[in-house]
Design a protein around this ligand. Structure first.
Ligand code: BV8
Ligand code: ZN
Length: 245
């Protein structure tokens, strides 16, 4: 049940920011990072999504990313993703900050978006940083840069790497400047993304968490909507459209 406070904001807001995490893609069939079916569970991923893994064991690193790209290539956006495209249509100043690297928000149609942790389908050279648009050859175990011969890598932010300054700044500005901040389907554990809802709150935004479970953010949010994004977000769009009709 939504409070009157949230209903009036949903009706009157124009600046709305949403932060999403792996949970919004779970209903498309993309495993999340933590939790029962999580990728992280076998700890392998936490060691693999690092620059050290790329340097010390590039074969395993690429085996892992090829497996994830193949898996993501076979799935489609779900109703949760499409609901955020509706948010962008409804609110004049809607901004989507995603931690996900699976490209599903872009595929669903969001334009006002920043991919804080990059996009698994973009590739760059680990040595000269040149981006590569050609398809990755499946023959060689480690694809090689055709400019400097260095190893290629997905253009994602690995653990221990800094985020692109311009992306982080855009996300922080959107958090600090919005009337409603939605934190959607993220465990709120990975920094600096996990600090965004606190920045929003410090600047007077109404912080709403949408998650099937409790997270470290829950006790600080102004409102928590417990449930699956594939159901909650479409229902929220219907409520907003009724409020604004
Ligand atoms: C940085 C791209 C400065 C790669 C990702 C020690 C050494 C080095 C660094 C650190 C350190 N200690 C802390 C750090 C900082 C580190 C960090 O935060 N670590 C955490 C784990 C403690 N951060 C970094 O390293 C960042 N860089 O800080 O640079 C620096 C430099 C050097 C040293 C220190 C600092 C870089 C972070 C980016 C890492 N890259 N991905 C790839 O994907 O291959 S992060 C990865 O986790 C994904 O991007 C993912 O999106 C992200 C966050 O996870 P979630 O999205 O929240 O997913 P999760 O599975 O955890 O949760 C899913 C949620 O959905 C759950 O709450 C669940 O209940 C919910 N859910 C599930 N289904 C549904 C649902 N809700 C609703 N409906 C459903 N159907
Ligand atoms: Zn190169």
């Amino acid at each position: 049940m939504l409070t009157q406070k949230l209903l009036s904001r949903l009706k009157n807001a124009s600046a709305v920011t949403a932060l999403t995490g792996a949970g919004i893609s779970a209903e498309s069939g993309v495993p999340t990072f933590r939790g029962k079916d999580g990728l992280w569970d076998n700890k392998k991923v936490e060691e693999l999504a690092t620059p050290q893994a790329l340097r010390n064991n590039p074969e395993l690193f690429w085996k892992f990313y090829r497996w994830r790209k193949k898996l993501i290539n076979e799935v489609k956006p779900n109703l949760g993703h499409y609901s955020l495209v509706d948010f962008e249509r409804i609110y004049d100043d809607f901004f989507l900050v995603t931690q996900n690297v699976d490209n599903l928000h872009r595929e669903a149609g969001n334009k006002n978006i920043v991919e804080l942790h990059g996009n698994i389908f973009n590739t760059k050279c680990a040595d000269c940083d040149k981006s590569h648009t050609e398809p990755i050859s499946e023959s060689t175990q480690i694809p090689i840069c055709n400019f400097c011969g260095g190893p290629l890598r997905p253009d994602v932010v690995l653990f221990g790497e800094n985020l692109q300054e311009k992306n982080l700044r855009a996300a922080q500005e959107a958090a600090a400047g919005c009337e409603i901040f939605f934190s959607i389907a993220t465990s709120s554990l990975v920094e600096p993304a996990a600090s965004l809802p606190f920045l929003a709150k410090a600047n007077g935004s109404y912080v709403v968490e949408i998650n099937s479970e409790e997270t470290p953010l829950s006790q600080h949010a102004d409102e928590c909507l417990r449930g699956a994004t594939g159901k909650l977000l479409p229902a929220l769009v219907i409520i907003i459209e009724k409020l604004q009709s």
